[in-house]
Design a protein around this ligand. Sequence first.
Ligand SMILES: [Zn+2]
Ligand SMILES: [Zn+2]
Length: 444
Amino acid sequence: MSIEIRQHPRIVDAETCEKGCTCGGEHPAPEVTLYSGEDAAQIMAEDCRAVYADRPVLMLSDPETHAVAGEELENQLRTVGVNLATHQFDSNPVATAALIETVRAIGRDKALIISVGSGTVNDLGKYSASEEQIDFWCLPTAPSMNGYTSGIAAIKVKGVKRTLPAAPPKRIYAKPSVIQQAPLKLRQAGFCDVLAKVVSDIDWQCESLLFSGSYCGLPSAMMTTVEKSYSEHAEEIGQGDEAAVMGLFHGLLISGVAMSLAGSSAPASGGEHLVSHFWDMREPLTGREPELHGLQVGVGIILSTACYRRLRDLSAGDLPQQAEDLFAATAARIPDIWGPYADEVAKQFQGKRDALLQFDSLLPEKWDELQALFQQVQPPEYFAELFARTGAPFNLEAFRLTEEEFMLAALNSRAIRERITVLDLAAHAGVLEAAAQETLNLLR
Ligand SMILES: [Zn+2]
Ligand SMILES: [Zn+2]
């Protein structure tokens, strides 16, 4: 007996990719499909049986995600006769290299890995499957980040969180009632992560205007089609309203695709993401367990928008000539901040030295065009208030961040990546410190 294999719609179709492109480049749409419905577990199990027949399948979950979705999926998979192995992580797993080894060892002889969960469970499955070159599907349990559809995974290697390439899932199955009832903090984190696009897209346009010319309007055009369904509904997302939370969830899925479409994480990752990476990387030095990715990014959004507002008030004649001195002064702080990791950070910062040294001449020359971009960004108060309207506190204390650690990140996170972002522009223009102070006042 042959069972028909169902095909579900792609999250982004080829036509959308063609129409939205402004760069003339190639953007093959990733073949990630989505099935969304209350019977998601049953449909996923039937599809799994139809595609893999008797071949072995591994399902990953943790105690929390097992309770809300994993148990039901496991039952469904067994009911239809899938050759199933399961592995349950401890509560709040961390995606370490050691845990990856465990998953790879169990997954090696399997045809498919299924992750039931959000950030970490998803990353563990996605990265392990990708390394073993086996298929990967997922059943998300929270609208907490845009990583479900992205081509990267956050893995902790030797104590430091890294973003490593990993093939996105082939199929995603979502049960709306599960997504909708995810803990408030996870919904708030996803809300911040999806809104990061609003500022990171401007970061990308500034960088493109100054250096690479790589900007494409496609990711932004893709987001515009869904933006309204979540951006004006902070309270509803906080209250768990189905339409608003599912709108947020779809926004996150599309934002992940947008990231992989552009061939880099630029469209969904600018200066606002750097502060989050900074705190992730500082964990072995400070002992502070990182907060949810999206929430740290939310803090970064306030900082970026504070920078944009200050830059907006400057004219070309106000710009100092200080590229060389500023580079040296920032580089000189790296050993103190990074200790054993200083060499690696210094290498990243060195990677953009040439670009930064051009700021003395390039910024005044392009200032009018840059200004037009700065004007498009909403003020920091707008975002601070928006994030708090979800009903969960949005301040440094809630995220276990001291004022010192915040200021350190605000002033120095631009050194940890080669990419040029608004933090570099603000530092050169001499407004980064004031913008950081302003952010601090909004997050007390
Ligand atoms: Zn394009
Ligand atoms: Zn993000």
